[in-house]
Write a protein that binds this ligand. Structure first.
Ligand code: ADP
Ligand code: MG
Length: 627
C-alpha cells in the first residue's frame, strides 16, 4: 500500500567512529535504488536511479512500534530523468493546474485577493473484518483478498439488520485502538459505523487538503490492516470479498476552495446568485461529461470490476447528480435565465420535544457515481482498496481544463461590455448545451438508464477494466494531461501499462488459486464424502437396507463438471500469444473471468452436498456472522 525506505542516520567520522547525524540535505534529496518498481516502460531495465524528495506540505510523523520509533518523511519519488514514478507528483501538479485556472476565472469575476486554491478530500472507507482464525484457512482470502468459492448462507443481508446496527463489542475495541493510533498521527478520524453487509464497516476522517488527505488515506489503510491483526481479525479492503453481499467502496468527497473565497462548491442558501459557485459547479459538469472515460479509467481494477455495475454500486457509466434545486437552476440557465429557487423549508414533525430544523434543498441519490452532496461532489465509484490520488488527479485536472475553457469564454463575453451576471449566463448556457446531458437524477441501477445513457445521451458504458483502461491512451486524455502539465505523454502511457499489467496479473493469480483450491482441497473432500457414502450403502445393503440418496449422483456430476472447468481454465492459462496489452486484457476479462465463475458454480453446489466436517474451507456463515 505504501512504499518506505528506512535510513539510519549513521555516518563514520574521520576517526573511524560512528556518529549519528541528521542533515538537511538528507531531507531534501534521497537516492534509493528504484529499479524494481513497476514503471510501465518508463525506464529501461538497466536504469535504476530513483530520487525521493521531501514534500514539506504533508506533515512528517513518528511511527511507533513495540521496539522504537521511526521518523517518517512524506516524499515524492521520481526517476533520474525527472519523470514521476509516484502518485504524489501528479497530485501536486494537478492541484497547481487547478489553482492556476481557478485564479483566471476568479480574477475575471472581479476578485482581487485570491489565496492559493486547494482541492480538499474526505474519503469514506468501507472494509470487512473476518476472524483471522477462519481467514487463515482460506488461501483465496489471504492471497487474492476475496473469496473465490463460497455458497450463499441462508441468512445474508436480506433483513438489512447490520446497516447502522450496534457495533459488535470486539469490533468496537478494534475501532477505538485504531482511532487512537490515527489521532497520534494527526489523522482526524471522525465517524464509524456498521455497513450494509454482515462483517462490513466504514470509517471516515474529517476532510483535509487533498495531498495530506491522500497520504493520510494510505496510512489509514496500512494501519487498519495491522491493527486488525492485533485484534485477531483479517481486514479486507477488497471491493468484493464475498459474492452475494455488498462490496466495499471508497466515497471520495471532493471540493475546491481557499482562504479568501472559501469553498467554491458551496452554493449557500441562494445558489442562483452565487456566480462563483455556478461557474465552478458548471466546470465540474463539463469535466465529467468530457472526461467520463478518464474518471472510469482511474477507478478501474480487477477487484473494482466486481462492484461497478453490480446492483449495489454505481454503474460503470459516469453521470452527475445535482439534486432537485440545483438541477432546476442549471435547467433555467440552459433556457437563458437565473431564478430564485425554493429552499428545503423547515422540517416540522409536530412533536413538541423535537426541534424544527432546516431541510436540505434536495435528497441524496445513492445510485449516482458522481453526486453533489451540499457543498462538495462525492465520487462514489472509487474502489475501497484504491489510493485516492488517481481519482483526485483526474478530478483536479478535468476541473483545471474546464476552468480554462470558462475563463476564455468569460473573457470574451466580458470584453463585449456585457455585465458579469449576463456573461456568466452566456457562458454557462453554452456549457449546458454542450455538456448538460451528463446530469441525471434518476435510478442509476435501472436497465432503462443503461439504455438511455448510451443510446440517447452518448455516454460511455465501460463495464470492465479491459474496456476502461485504454481510455488513458485516448488522444483527448493525452492532450488534457499535456496541456495542463500534469503528466507527460510517457508518464501517462506508463500508467496505462502498469495498471494493465496489474489487472492481468491479478486475474492470473486468481485463476491459479482456483485451480489449486479446486484440485487439492475441494475435489479430495468430495471424493472422501462419496467414499464414505458408498461404504455406508454397502454396509446397509448387507443388512438388506437401502440408503435413499439422490445427491450422490448429483455430487458426482458436479465434481466432474468442476474438474472439467478446471481443465479448461488450465488450458486458458497456457495462452500467451497476444498482439497487444489490450488483447491480453480482453482475454482475461472475456475468457479467464467466466471460467473462474464456472468452476465456482460447481464447487458452490458441492458445498451444499458434502458433509460439513469434510468441507475444507470455512463457510460464509462462519466467516460473516461470528463476532
Ligand atoms: P455520509 O456517509 O453521510 O456521506 P460521512 O460523514 O461518512 O458522510 O462522510 C462525509 C465525508 O465528506 C467526510 O470525510 C467529510 O469530512 C467529508 N467532507 C465534508 N465536507 C467536505 C468538503 N467541503 N470537501 C471535501 N470533503 C468534505
Ligand atoms: Mg458515510
Amino acid at each position: 500500500i505504501m512504499a518506505e525506505k528506512h535510513d539510519g542516520f549513521i555516518i563514520t567520522n574521520p576517526e573511524g567512529a560512528a556518529i549519528t547525524e541528521f542533515t538537511g540535505s538528507l531531507l531534501i534529496k534521497g537516492e534509493p535504488d528504484g529499479s524494481s518498481f513497476p514503471n510501465g516502460s518508463l525506464r529501461m531495465t538497466n536504469a535504476a536511479r530513483g530520487y525521493t524528495a521531501w514534500d514539506p506540505t504533508s506533515p512528517a510523523y513518528i511511527m511507533h512500534t513495540a521496539n522504537g520509533a521511526t521518523l517518517m518523511i512524506p516524499s515524492v519519488f521520481l526517476s533520474w530523468t525527472g519523470e514521476a514514478l509516484d502518485k504524489k507528483i501528479p497530485l501536486l501538479r494537478s492541484n497547481a493546474a487547478m489553482d492556476k485556472a481557478a485564479r483566471k476565472v476568479l480574477t475575471l469575476m472581479g476578485e482581487d485577493k485570491i489565496a492559493t486554491l486547494n482541492a480538499s478530500c474526505g474519503a469514506e472507507q468501507e472494509y470487512f473484518l473476518i476472524d483471522e482464525h477462519f481467514a487463515n484457512l482460506r488461501p483465496d482470502l489471504l492471497l487474492a483478498g476475496r473469496s473465490l468459492f463460497g455458497a450463499p448462507p441462508a441468512k445474508g443481508q436480506q433483513f438489512d439488520d447490520h446497516y447502522f446496527g450496534a457495533i459488535p463489542a470486539r469490533v468496537q475495541v478494534f475501532m477505538q485502538a485504531y482511532e487512537d493510533k490515527l489521532y497520534r498521527l494527526g489523522i482526524p478520524a471522525k465517524t464509524h459505523h456498521n455497513e450494509v453487509a454482515p462483517g462490513q464497516f466504514e470509517i471516515a476522517p474529517y476532510f483535509e487538503s487533498s495531498n495530506v488527505a491522500a497520504d493520510h488515506q494510505q496510512l489509514m489503510m496500512t494501519l487498519m490492516k495491522s491493527t486488525a491483526k492485533e485484534h485477531g481479525f483479517l481486514c479486507l479492503l477488497h471491493e468484493k470479498p464475498f459474492a452475494g453481499v455488498n462490496g466495499s467502496g471508497k466515497h471520495v468527497n471532493w471540493s475546491v476552495g481557499n482562504a479568501t473565497q472559501g469553498n467554491l462548491l458551496d452554493p449557500g442558501s441562494t445558489p442562483h446568485d452565487n456566480l462563483n459557485f455556478l461557474l465552478f459547479c458548471g466546470a465540474v459538469i463539463r469535466g465529467v461529461h468530457k472526461h467520463g472515460g478518464l474518471l472510469r479509467a482511474v477507478i478501474a481494477s480487477a477487484s473494482n470490476d466486481h462492484r461497478l455495475g453490480a446492483n449495489e454500486a454505481p454503474p460503470a457509466i459516469l453521470s452527475v447528480y445535482l439534486g432537485d434545486q440545483l438541477e432546476s437552476v442549471f435547467n433555467d440557465i440552459k433556457a437563458g435565465k437565473l431564478l430564485e429557487k425554493a429552499k428545503g423549508g423547515l422540517m416540522d414533525l409536530g412533536l413538541s420535544q423535537i426541534l424544527k430544523f432546516e431541510r436540505d434543498p434536495g435528497d441524496r441519490n445513492r445510485t449516482s457515481p458522481f453526486a453533489f452532496t451540499g457543498n462538495r461532489f462525492e465520487f462514489r465509484a472509487v474502489g475501497s482498496s484504491q489510493s485516492v490520488s488517481g481519482p483526485l488527479v483526474a478530478m483536479n485536472t478535468m476541473l483545471a481544463d474546464s476552468l480554462d475553457w470558462i475563463a476564455e469564454k468569460l473573457e470574451a463575453a466580458l470584453a463585449n461590455g456585457t455585465d458579469k451576471t449576463a456573461a456568466v449566463i452566456i457562458v454557462l448556457k453554452e456549457l449546458m448545451e454542450l455538456h448538460g446531458n451528463v446530469i441525471f437524477g434518476g435510478d442509476g441501477y435501472s436497465e432503462a438508464w443503461h439504455k438511455e445513457a448510451v443510446e440517447v445521451r452518448g455516454l460511455k458504458n465501460l463495464p470492465t477494466s479491459a474496456d476502461a483502461l485504454p481510455e488513458f491512451k485516448d488522444p483527448a486524455v493525452v492532450d488534457l494531461f499535456i496541456k495542463t502539465g500534469v503528466l507527460s505523454k510517457d508518464e501517462l502511457l506508463s500508467r496505462f501499462e502498469v495498471y494493465a499489467e496489474q489487472y492481468i496479473l491479478s486475474l492470473e493469480v486468481e485463476a491459479k488459486l482456483v485451480i489449486d483450491m479446486a484440485t487439492t482441497q475441494i475435489y479430495p473432500a468430495v471424493t472422501q464424502h462419496l467414499t464414505h457414502l458408498a461404504d455406508v450403502s454397502q454396509t446397509l445393503s448387507g443388512l438388506s437396507l437401502t440408503l435413499e440418496n439422490t445427491d450422490l449422483a448429483e455430487a458426482v456430476t458436479q465434481a466432474n463438471a468442476m474438474m472439467s472447468a478446471v481443465n479448461e481454465l488450465k488450458a486458458a492459462l497456457e495462452e500467451h500469444d497476444f498482439d497487444s496489452t489490450e488483447a491480453h486484457m480482453g482475454f482475461s476479462a472475456k475468457t479467464l473471468c467466466p471460467l473462474l465463475v464456472k468452476v465456482r458454480e460447481h464447487a458452490d453446489k458441492l458445498e451444499t452436498m458434502v458433509a460439513d466436517d469434510l468441507w475444507p474451507l470455512p463457510k460464509y456463515q462462519e466467516m460473516l456472522f461470528i463476532k
